[in-house]
Design a protein around this ligand. Structure first.
Ligand SMILES: Cc1cc2nc3c(=O)[nH]c(=O)nc-3n(C[C@H](O)[C@H](O)[C@H](O)COP(=O)(O)OP(=O)(O)OC[C@H]3O[C@@H](n4cnc5c(N)ncnc54)[C@H](O)[C@@H]3O)c2cc1C
Length: 388
């Protein structure tokens, strides 16, 4: 028997849980399906924390999404009593001279400042000497670094955000099916979704399958999306003195290229460790074949190249690691658009390693479009057509 639904959301990670919650809030009949049981450690949304910056140096087109995300997380915190967003502040720092590149954009600090000014986001522009004075966790600064400090930024708890949206969505009437894999999706009039436990026919579907998007949808996504393995490391701190209550999350470019950088988080309350990571774009993987084990040599190299001499109290002792998927487009931007051949299938993913902060806002704008609401956010920059 074929089940009928208004909306089916395929994948319930960061993006899918947000779309499901927003559809349920609008009273829509929505079914969410996931091959695992989110939040889980198999995709792109695990590892305790994700940085959020409101003035995103990736570009002003993203700002309405993240600003809306912050509003939604506060709303969810009030509804659920869960702490989702810690606005401990965020610092973005680059060398004082020479070119820099981050998430495919040059001059990321200057771009962040520009977006902050355009959107009236509270911020300060600092040099390295001022950073060293105010935030003693950062060591070895030359003094002439350029830094953007945003007191309203910080980090979110990704697993809690996903759970909160799924729980609220379910309370509002959405159906959630975990341990169910979508095997194929097609449109002949309605959308037909074959799953490991039967067929669903939907008015519209949303594919939020993260690293599995290309294998599920094929062309043109198999040409546009690549998947990179990224690693998170938790290093023990032998001294917490430099990490006061206002210690910010940080993005620290210390060289000219996209990989000359580290980002990290202040220790969580009661924890004596610092979580940090860098990025790599050279080695490709797939969501099904990624090596989820982290070799101790990887953490040793991360420490030697990026952590040593830069973070107060950080020792090379690692107590936890995680491997995670970045699903990346050619311009390191997002795809939030209808499928080029199927107008009833919306694709929301490929968030190129910087999507979590926008996810709640993306859920809102997508649900609005699916239910025929007004276009409050211009999604042109996230179209598939830009790659043609
Ligand atoms: C290490 C790392 C650090 C990051 N740091 C930041 C950060 O600091 N700030 C920030 O804003 N962003 C950050 N990001 C990016 C952000 O986390 C991702 O953009 C976001 O989590 C992607 O969410 P998603 O919903 O697309 O994918 P996922 O959360 O992986 O969800 C996809 C879901 O689809 C399901 N699925 C897939 N295929 C099927 C199928 N066929 N049938 C049923 N279910 C299916 C999967 O099981 C999964 O649950 C980081 C990413 C990584 C990996």
């Amino acid at each position: 028997m074929t089940e009928q639904a208004d909306f089916v959301i395929i994948g319930l990670g960061a993006m899918g849980s947000a779309v499901l919650y927003q559809l349920a809030k609008r009273g829509a009949h929505a079914i969410g399906v996931d091959r695992f049981a989110p939040p889980h450690r198999m995709g792109s949304s695990h590892g305790e924390t994700r940085i959020t910056r409101q003035a995103v140096g990736e570009g002003g087109d993203y700002a309405p999404l993240v600003l809306n995300s912050h509003r939604i997380w506060r709303e969810l915190e009030a509804d659920t009593g869960e702490k989702l967003l810690n606005d401990c502040g965020v610092l973005v720092m680059a060398p004082g001279t020479g070119p820099t590149s981050h998430h495919g954009k040059p001059d990321f600090v200057a771009r962040s400042i520009e977006v902050a000014r355009d959107f009236g986001i509270k911020h300060e522009v600092l040099d390295g000497a001022e950073v060293a004075r105010r935030f003693p966790q950062f060591l070895g600064l030359a003094g002439n670094e350029k830094a953007y400090y945003e007191p309203g930024g910080g980090y979110v708890f990704p697993e809690r955000c996903i759970s909160a949206q799924l729980n609220r969505g379910s309370q509002l009437g959405a159906q959630i099916r975990t341990g169910v894999e979508v095997l194929s999706i097609d449109q002949h009039g309605m959308v037909r979704i074959e799953t490991s436990s039967g067929t669903i026919q939907a008015q519209q579907a949303v594919v939020t399958a993260g690293g599995w998007t290309a294998p599920l949808l094929g062309a043109p996504f198999d040409r546009l999306l690549t998947v990179n393995r990224q690693v998170l490391h938790w290093y023990e701190l032998d001294d917490l003195a430099a990490y006061g209550p206002d210690a910010p999350a940080f993005v620290w470019m210390h060289g000219a290229t996209d990989v000359d950088y580290l980002y990290g988080f202040p220790p969580l309350p009661g924890d004596r460790r610092i979580k940090v990571a860098t990025e790599q774009y050279e080695t490709l993987t797939t969501a099904n074949t990624i090596d989820r084990e982290v070799d101790p040599a990887e953490s040793a190299e991360m420490y030697r190249k990026h952590v040593k001499g830069r973070l107060a109290g950080a020792t090379p002792r690692v107590t936890q690691t995680a491997a995670c998927l970045y699903t990346v487009t050619p311009d390191r931007g997002f795809i939030i658009d209808r499928h080029p051949r199927y107008d009833r299938i919306f694709v929301v993913s490929a968030c190129s390693g910087h999507g979590f902060k926008h996810s709640a806002g993306i859920g809102d704008v997508v649900a609005e479009q699916l239910t025929g609401g007004s276009n409050r956010v211009d999604l042109t920059s996230f179209s598939i057509a830009r790659f043609e």
